[in-house]
Structure formats: structure tokens, C-alpha cells
Design a protein around this ligand. Structure first.
Ligand code: AHR
Length: 501
């Protein structure tokens, strides 16, 4: 099978916002407790945070981390997580039917984020609470001093404000499962009033209003239109979520799902334009795709277990073990975001540690990289710069979700500072290798080429605590540069990063 690609320096999509490689950490399962925080762990730092996990997060190079939820935030009292730890209340978490000790709150998370070299993206509770709790939280986090909440922060040991710019106005408020779920009109009104109050405090904040939890929601896409008509001038981003499943074990259908993602982004992009025109608005709202990942391996088991247990603290929950097939999927998802980077400015892999996550930990034991760690890391490290509008000519197949799914999924990024041109490519064909020929035009003379390959003959191959390096990138063979022509051969069902300089 052959594919022909043209990359030209003048054919560009957008400068990629680095926050496209964001992440997400929720008070859910073992994400926080025995995930990032385990005071008795041999690697724990002075704050009780696992250094081994911090190292893996730093290597992942994720510029922002959304916190503290997720469904959790919709019944969360942020004040429970401040002050002396032994005086913090244990609460029942209604979203996940667990107990929350509140031993980690905003102070601990902020310290962790600094150590992990990531910026905080914070969510306020617009489910069980509203404008008042939100404005108090923002004042606590961002005001220098001389007010009740900022002075309390100082008393609790943090003199300087954290100056968090990016705030989510609730989470998945379209979902009937959400504590305090609302209609689009109710939520639009509340989000607008909350945004106005937060802007009265600081009009430089970046505010994210909730869009749909997924594109199969009955309220999609009217939800986006109604919510944006209520909030357009007050917000900067509309949030979208999507999780990917392969219950049928049908790889061709599974790997076609990013076409559905692409349509979802295109539709919401159109609604943004429509509302902007209708309101004669001067600002431009963009998409924050702040929850995405593969999520199905443990989902049904978890739903059953949650009905059976009492209120455990930090049980194993949503601990999907990812396989090699998921590497291909995550590669295609990230490529879709790069190709849509004109409208998708922020995206967060959901989540970061233990809970549907690229990083796993054993309590008291080691931390390791799941298979999907690698395509995320490669895109996050090398996918910064300008997204290129590639011309791609390759064979395609028809799937139920979409006709004409290219066997080659490819995105190109030009980093003019580093002088690199990098292609991220997935061969969706499980039977045949793909010979790719890329014509590189207008970038000046390329001198060297590097090829990184992720390939396993078993789509179900995983990384485990005992065998943590079963699936990992290796040096690819056979990428060649001849003048302005780059050729590379990709094995059937494989992921490649090819970089020229
Ligand atoms: O990431 C897991 C859950 O998925 C989040 O809590 C929620 O926002 C979404 O439904």
C-alpha cells in the first residue's frame, strides 16, 4: 500500500497552543491518593507527593493540568481542602460513591503542579453550589491580600497568590448523572452570571463554559447553541468531552472513531461562528477539549462494583489497562487535534494517574508508563509549533461511523525555532505495510531524518508493573531523505514519528 503526502511551508492551519497537550487529575479512585499523594511511599517528598510520579509527569511535558474534577467537582466544597489536615472533614463523594478525606486540597495540588512543571486549570462547582462559592474560591486563589479569603490563604501558609488564569465554569452540566444537572437555559444563565462576577474580580481570566459530554447526548448540539447564546461575550472557550470504546473488538471501526471526533469539532466550530455572527460579538470563543481518552476496558466492571461497595476511600476505579491498539487510537486522536488546532486550543487527556491514565502506580511500589503514555509524550514534546495543512493521497476504507477513512492518519508540525518538521503517522491497515512518500516544499534544505516507531504484533499487548516496557518506542528503520523527498515504510498497524531537520 502506498501513500503520497505533500507538506508546503505556506500551507498552514494554525500556531498550535501548547495547552493542546494538557492533562486532567480528578479526586477519583486512586488518582490523588496513592496516585500523586502517598506520604508513606519511599519516594514521597516533604509534601507527601510521590517523586517517582512527578518524574513521569515531567517527562510527559504536559503544560496544564485540570483539577479537581470532573463529576467530583459538582458536589465539592473547596473550603474542605484548606487548613490543618487533621481538621479537614471527610465527606461522601456522591459522584463516585466514595469517601474523600480532603488531605489533598488546593495548597497541596498547587505545590504538586509546581513540582510537576504544569500550570493549574481549575474548575468551580456549579452543580451543588453556584456563583458565591466560585467567586470566593477565585479570590482565595488569586487575590494578593487584604480580603477575607486571601488573608485566609496567607494564614494557611501561602503568601503569594497562585494567579491561576484558566477556570472551568462547572463540569458536564448537560449530563443527567451530574450532581446539580441543569437544562441548557438554566446553566447558560448561571454560567453567564458567574462569569460576569469572576470578570468583575479580574477581566483577564480565561473562562471555559460547558459544552456537551459527548456528541451522542440527546441535547447535542442544541446545548452548545443555547449555552453560547447566553454566555458568548463572557467566555473564552467551550468545553467538549469524548471517550473512545471498542467493546465489539472491531479495530477498523474503533480506529475510524476520530472521524466522529473531527465532525464533533467541526459542528461545534460552526455553532461558535453562528452565535458570534448572531450576537455581533467581537470576541472569538474556541474549544477546550478538556476530557478525551480511551475508556471502556474496566467501565462495565466499575459500574457494577460501584453499586456493591459502601463508601471506600480511594478504591481502584477506572483503572483501564491500555494496550497497543490504544496507542494507535491515541495517535489518531492527537493528530485530529493538531489538524483542528485553529479551533481546538486546549485539550486534556483524561486522566493523568491511575484513573484512565497514561501513568500507573502500585501503592508502596513502582510507577510505570502505560502504552498510551508514548504517543502522548511524543506529540507533547515534538508537536509544538505550526500545524501544517498536508495534502494526503492514500487508499481508504468505509466504516459504519464514516465513509472514506484514510488508512494513513497523519499530522505535520513545523517548529521554526528548532528547525524541525515532524510527522505523526498511524497506519490503520492491519494487513499491509504502508510506503509513504512525503514531498517537503519550501522549508529549506533538510539534512537528517529520525524515525521513531511503536509496533507490536499483538494489538492486546500491555505494559504492567512486572513487564513495564513491553510496548515502547524504538528506532524505526528505513526512513530516507533524498533532496526534498522523504520516504518511510510503516509496518501494518503501527505508529510512527518522523522528524526531519
Ligand atoms: O474522567 C472521568 C469522568 O468522565 C469525569 O469525572 C466526567 O467529567 C466524565 O464523565
Amino acid at each position: 500500500m502506498e501513500a503520497h503526502v505533500t507538506a508546503h511551508s505556506r500551507y498552514v492551519i494554525a500556531d498550535i497552543d501548547n495547552r493542546l497537550y494538557g492533562s486532567f487529575l480528578e479526586h477519583l479512585g486512586r488518582a490523588v491518593y496513592t496516585g500523586i499523594y502517598e506520604p508513606d511511599h519511599p519516594s514521597a517528598d516533604e509534601n507527601g507527593m510521590r517523586r517517582d510520579v512527578i518524574d513521569l509527569v515531567r517527562e510527559l511535558d504536559t503544560p496544564i493540568c485540570r483539577y479537581p474534577g470532573g463529576n467530583f467537582v459538582s458536589a465539592y466544597n473547596w473550603e474542605d481542602g484548606i487548613g490543618p489536615k487533621d481538621e479537614r472533614p471527610t465527606r461522601l463523594d456522591l459522584a463516585w460513591h466514595t469517601s474523600e478525606s480532603n488531605h489533598v486540597g488546593i495548597h497541596e495540588f498547587a505545590e504538586w503542579a509546581k513540582s510537576a512543571n504544569t500550570e493549574m486549570m481549575l474548575a468551580v462547582n456549579l452543580g451543588s453550589r453556584g456563583l458565591d462559592a466560585a467567586r470566593n474560591f477565585v479570590e482565595y486563589v488569586n487575590h494578593p491580600g487584604g480580603s477575607y479569603w486571601s488573608d485566609l490563604r496567607k494564614k494557611n501558609g501561602r503568601a503569594e497568590p497562585w494567579d491561576v488564569k484558566l477556570w472551568c465554569l462547572g463540569n458536564e452540566m448537560d449530563g443527567p448523572w451530574q450532581v446539580g444537572h441543569k437544562s441548557a437555559a438554566e446553566y447558560g444563565h448561571l454560567a453567564n452570571e458567574t462569569a460576569k462576577a469572576l470578570r468583575a474580580f479580574d477581566d483577564r481570566l480565561d473562562l471555559v463554559v460547558c459544552g456537551s459530554s459527548h456528541s451522542d447526548m440527546a441535547t447535542y448540539p442544541q446545548w452548545e447553541a443555547t449555552v453560547l447564546e447566553s454566555t458568548y461575550e463572557q467566555v473564552d472557550y467551550i468545553s467538549l468531552h469524548m471517550y473512545f470504546e471498542n467493546y465489539e473488538k472491531n479495530t477498523a471501526e474503533y480506529l475510524a472513531l476520530p472521524m466522529k471526533l473531527d465532525r464533533y469539532i467541526g459542528t461545534v466550530g460552526g455553532i461558535i461562528d453562528y452565535v458570534k455572527a448572531k450576537r455581533r460579538a467581537k470576541n472569538t470563543v474556541r474549544i477546550s477539549f478538556d476530557e478525551w481518552n480511551v475508556w471502556y476496558h474496566e467501565r462495565k466492571n466499575d459500574a457494577k462494583r460501584m453499586k456493591e461497595w459502601g463508601w471506600p476511600h480511594a478504591p481502584a476505579l477506572l483503572e483501564d489497562i491500555y494496550n497497543f491498539e490504544d496507542v494507535l487510537q491515541v495517535g489518531c486522536i492527537l493528530n485530529t487535534f493538531i489538524r483542528r488546532s485553529d479551533v481546538v486550543r486546549i485539550a486534556c487527556i483524561a486522566q493523568l494517574v491511575n484513573v484512565i491514565a497514561p501513568i500507573m502506580t502500585a501503592p508502596g511500589g513502582s510507577a510505570w508508563k502505560q502504552t498510551i503514555y508514548y504517543p502522548f509524550q511524543l506529540a507533547s514534546r515534538y508537536g509544538r509549533g505550526t500545524a501544517l495543512q498536508l495534502d494526503v493521497d492514500c487508499p481508504a476504507y468505509d466504516a459504519d461511523i464514516a465513509a472514506g477513512v484514510d488508512y494513513l492518519d497523519i499530522a505535520g508540525v513545523h517548529d521554526s525555532d528548532a528547525g524541525t518538521l515532524t510527522f505523526f503517522a498511524v497506519n490503520r491497515n492491519g494487513k499491509e505495510p504502508m510506503d509513504i512518500s512525503i514531498s517537503i516544499e519550501g522549508f529549506g534544505e533538510a539534512k537528517s531524518v529520525a524515525h521513531t516507531l511503536i509496533k507490536n504484533d499483538d494489538l492486546e499487548a500491555t505494559n504492567t508493573e512486572k513487564n513495564p516496557e513491553n510496548v515502547k518506542p524504538e528506532a524505526g528503520k528505513g526512513a530516507q531523505l533524498s533532496g526534498s523527498r522523504l520516504t518511510v515504510s510503516m509496518p501494518a498497524h503501527s505508529y510512527s514519528m518522523i522528524s526531519v531537520q
